[in-house]
Design a protein around this ligand. Structure first.
Ligand code: KG4
Ligand code: ZN
Length: 349
């Protein structure tokens, strides 16, 4: 079947076309139109601006995706529309949902509304896990993005339990806010990871918030505040120096990595899971990927470890299409497109 997938929960306008058969996927087109240039000067995403951009971009990105998909394979019609319905920025979600509804009406198609967090998890079935479902569950999933940091116990596709989540800022948000304090630009994660350099003699020591608490929750706003205090405590000449910036980027990244790995592995051990699964924009971080792999091999060698390719960690529509396919297989879809609404705080369950 051919699935048209649309994702507009934040600041990327994403459209993908997938060919799905027996839980295997061929990506015919996967277009991401970034709005970074527009939001850069504000240091973060401005929801009303993002919505306007989505409305402007969606028809163009859709056309581009169709053209690419037609040249990639011979197919005649779209069978299904997948659309992110939450969580995310409400105005942005509506831009995508309204576009999907218009298309569904015109083409008389069914729409499946998708949870963005579930899509970040199921992005792993695009390539790395493939059509494999044996010896995967139970799994611990860590979804780390600009809007979310959640540890989720997954018993099968469609069966999730949130074990813990951030009580304030998400891990990606922390990267973004620290980058803003240091005057580095937006989005912060990729910039910080590029600049991070371990110093010969470390002088900056940041906290690892909530790391040893007996729960699976996270908190990153204190980490950002610690960066702010240290930054302010230094004269401008020092805090703008290459040496200071490189060390602060290194220590911020390592503090986030330490907390994420410690809590994820604790959950993996306690629930005796077969697999650890990562997803979300922060999972594109090279150092996080490397250290996770190393720690899992050392501490829980009986567990498998999956992360999507970096481009499927950050927001994309292909992951939304995969999720819709699994819902469709289970017979879970809405027939009436007009009933679809958005929920900015949609929970995975
Ligand atoms: O999943 P995503 O694309 O959008 C949301 O659902 O929020 O995640 C975006 C977040 C941003 O906060 C960005 O700074 C972070 O992911 N990010 C990274 C990296 N690439 C993107 N964080 C750390 N290292 C990276 N390489
Ligand atoms: Zn996301």
């Amino acid at each position: 079947m051919i699935i048209l997938a649309i994702e507009t929960s934040c600041d990327d306008t994403c459209v993908a076309l997938l060919e799905a058969k027996n839980s295997r996927f061929r990506i015919l087109a996967d277009i991401v139109s970034s709005q970074v240039k527009i939001h850069k000067k504000w240091g973060g995403v401005v929801p009303t601006l993002a919505k306007r951009e989505h409305q402007k971009n969606l028809p163009l990105v859709f056309k581009k995706a169709l053209k690419k998909a037609k040249s990639a394979s011979r197919w005649t019609k779209i069978d299904l529309i997948a659309i992110t319905a939450g969580p995310g920025l409400e105005p942005c979600l509506w831009a995508g949902v309204n576009f999907a509804k218009d298309l569904a009406k015109k083409l008389t198609l069914k729409i499946i509304p998708i949870n963005h967090i579930e899509a970040h998890i199921l992005a792993n079935w695009l390539r790395s896990i493939g059509s494999n479902f044996k010896n995967i569950f139970p799994a611990i999933c860590l979804v780390v993005s600009g809007g979310h940091t959640q540890l989720i116990l997954m018993r099968e596709v469609g069966k999730y339990k949130i074990l813990g989540e951030t009580r304030d800022d998400a891990a990606g948000e922390c990267f973004d806010k620290v980058a803003r304090i240091l005057g580095l630009g937006y989005p912060g994660g990729p910039i910080i990871s590029k600049l991070a350099k371990k110093p010969k003699h470390q002088t900056i020591h940041l906290p690892r918030p909530m790391i040893f608490q007996k729960n699976y929750d996270f908190s990153f706003s204190g980490l950002k505040t610690a960066v702010l205090y240290d930054f302010r405590a230094h004269p401008p000449k020092i805090r703008t120096s290459k040496k200071y910036i490189q060390e602060m980027c290194f220590e911020t990244q390592q503090a986030i990595i330490d907390v994420l790995i410690y809590k994820t592995l604790k959950a993996a051990k306690n629930f005796r899971v077969k697999t650890v699964i990562l997803g979300g924009g922060v999972a594109a971080n090279k150092e996080l990927r490397r250290q996770f792999k190393e720690k899992i091999k050392k501490e829980i060698p009986y567990s498998k470890f999956y992360i999507p390719d970096s481009k499927f960690c950050t927001d994309n529509a292909a992951m939304v299409g995969v999720t819709a396919y699994f819902h469709w297989v289970k017979g879970k879809f809405l027939k009436n497109w007009s009933a679809i609404t958005v929920n900015a705080n949609l929970k995975i369950s």
